[in-house]
Design a protein around this ligand. Structure first.
Ligand SMILES: [Zn+2]
Length: 172
């Protein structure tokens, strides 16, 4: 299945899209040692400790980029999600483009209720933005599209970090 915006892409973009769609998992060597960081992230989110959440997100991210032998990136965790008529921003990936490194920005609180974001959706957002980084740095794609393959890679990382969530999270 391709998403509807595929039809509007140029031929070169369609090629990138199809390549992205064809990669459906990320094999993370030694994922087991990263799994122990996940309960720490859960606890810190409940404690609402922004500085420590940022620090553990950095460790998880560095754990993944170093295991995949790709460029590390910066992580910024901010308080309240920006929002507008289009909705809320959950996370943001900015490629390096001349900067020292690419940057992922995450927000800890929902705009509406100012509640701390649920743990699984926070981790999913981190992995989602990281998958954009993988598109550029690991797969060397000139662009990073949201394809079915992209979402499968996000799920693949999620389940390697949280194998016990296999049953409770529906597969995309
Ligand atoms: Zn995205």
């Amino acid at each position: 299945m391709v998403f509807s915006y595929y039809k509007k892409l140029y031929a070169a973009q369609k090629r990138i899209y199809r390549r992205s769609d064809s990669i459906i998992s990320v094999s993370l060597p030694d994922a087991e040692t990263l799994q122990q960081l996940i309960p720490v992230l859960t606890a810190l989110l409940i404690e609402d400790d922004l500085v420590q959440v940022e620090d553990i997100c950095r460790k998880i991210t560095l754990g993944i980029t170093s295991r995949l032998s790709i460029q590390p990136l910066r992580i910024k965790v901010l308080a309240v999600r920006p929002s507008a008529s289009w909705g809320e921003l959950h996370g943001l990936y900015e490629p390096a483009n001349g900067r020292a490194s690419a940057v992922i920005t995450l927000w800890m609180r929902t705009a509406k209720q100012r509640r701390v974001v649920a743990f699984k959706s926070f981790l999913r957002t981190l992995l989602h933005e990281l998958c954009h980084h993988l598109d550029y740095e690991l797969y060397r794609l000139p662009d990073s599209f949201h394809t079915e393959g992209f979402y499968k890679r996000e799920s693949s990382l999620f389940h390697q970090l949280m194998p016990e969530a296999q049953q409770s999270v529906p597969a995309e």
